[in-house]
Design a protein around this ligand. Structure first.
Ligand SMILES: Nc1ncnc2c1ncn2[C@@H]1O[C@H](COP(=O)(O)OP(=O)(O)OP(=O)(O)O)[C@@H](O)[C@H]1O
Ligand SMILES: [Mg+2]
Length: 310
């Protein structure tokens, strides 16, 4: 459904040139959710904008729903719906009106546009708020409205650029549920995110982008097995106490000097269990710390180590 080959985007020329995307390839099969995971400035939005025909690539080709983004932009635009990072929502407009207008732009008559707007407001849970100005919406409500607007014309492909950045956990989950439901209906989704957890929850396939390239790609499980784990460190009075502590904690506790270190996939739970075990054994701790890998760690881990998946 989406085919990208050798895609490059350079902004500006000469000394000021910024190579935002340095040659990437990927394919998204029909019905899959493909996650582009990367930190700020990795090039995620630039890729999405090129696929959405809103930016012209410097090199390479991209096809969306079988159509070439450069030579068949109109067909491409009919094929996708997009909720982009910089949203064009008019703060003075009301949600219901906005969706109806979108419908009219896609060729629905007045009645059909109103019906489609009502249907989508229900889908994203904004029916009650349809008469409120968008400017008064919370971040989560806006993102849900973005999603509704992207769905107006029943597109087979959806581009979601960081659909949950800045949202609270409940709003994030609501969006995830919605996207998962759309996939069940057969929609193909290209999603960008900075959140490992989001890619893990939603995506069938994840590509980690850094500095304009795809540094690693695979299923979430493949990627995770190559990733660093959470690390729990517990400081004890001396190495003898550390040895006793390691025995009390059991599992994978390793003694390093007067500290005990545990690598785990679930740091908070492991930390709580270790503290409990030490309390039971009446061993006093001097300090504890929990380190969880950030996206950067994940990226470094993947590029330093052998290419674990391809
Ligand atoms: N119009 C532009 N002109 C010049 N440079 C740009 C332009 N758009 C993006 N860039 C640069 O390209 C690089 C990639 O930007 P992009 O917006 O694609 O990153 P991103 O992965 O979407 O980041 P974020 O998570 O912050 O949204 C950045 O260095 C950015 O400054
Ligand atoms: Mg972006």
């Amino acid at each position: 459904m989406i085919e990208v080959e050798g895609l490059v985007k350079t902004f500006g020329t000469g000394d000021n040139a910024v190579k935002a995307v340095r040659g990437i390839d990927f394919t998204v099969p029909e019905g899959q959710i493909y996650g582009l995971l990367g930190a700020n400035g990795a090039g995620k939005s630039t890729v999405v904008l090129m696929l959405a025909t809103l930016l012209r690539q410097t090199e390479g080709t991209a096809r969306v729903n079988g159509f070439d983004v450069l030579t068949q932009p109109n067909e491409v635009r009919q094929s996708f719906g997009a909720a982009l990072q910089e949203t064009g929502l008019d703060p003075l407009q009301k949600a219901g009106e906005l969706l109806e207008l979108h419908g009219r732009l896609y060729g629905y008559d007045k009645a059909a546009a109103a019906a489609r707007a009502a249907e989508l407001l229900e889908v994203v849970g904004l029916t009650e708020d349809r008469g409120r100005r968008v400017g008064t919406y919370s971040g989560g409500m806006r993102r849900r409205l973005d999603l509704a607007a992207a769905l107006i014309h029943h597109p087979p492909i959806l581009f979601l650029d960081e659909p949950t950045t800045g949202l609270d956990p409940a709003s994030r989950r609501a969006i995830w549920d919605e996207v998962a439901k759309l996939q069940k209906e057969g929609v193909t989704v290209l999603l960008t995110t900075q959140y490992l957890e989001e890619a893990d929850q939603l995506a069938d396939h994840v590509a980690i982008m850094a500095d304009g390239i795809i540094a690693a790609s695979g299923t979430p499980d493949e990627l995770k097995s190559g990733m660093g784990a959470d690390v729990v460190d517990i400081e004890l009075a001396d190495s003898e106490t550390a040895n006793r502590a390691a025995v009390a904690i059991g599992n994978d506790a390793k003694v390093i000097g007067h500290e005990v270190r545990i690598s785990t996939t679930d740091g908070p739970t492991t930390l709580a269990e270790a503290i409990n075990a030490l309390k039971q054994a009446q061993i006093e701790t001097k300090g504890v710390s929990l380190t969880q890998p950030t996206l950067d760690d994940v990226f470094l881990n993947l590029t330093d180590g052998p290419p674990a998946h391809e």
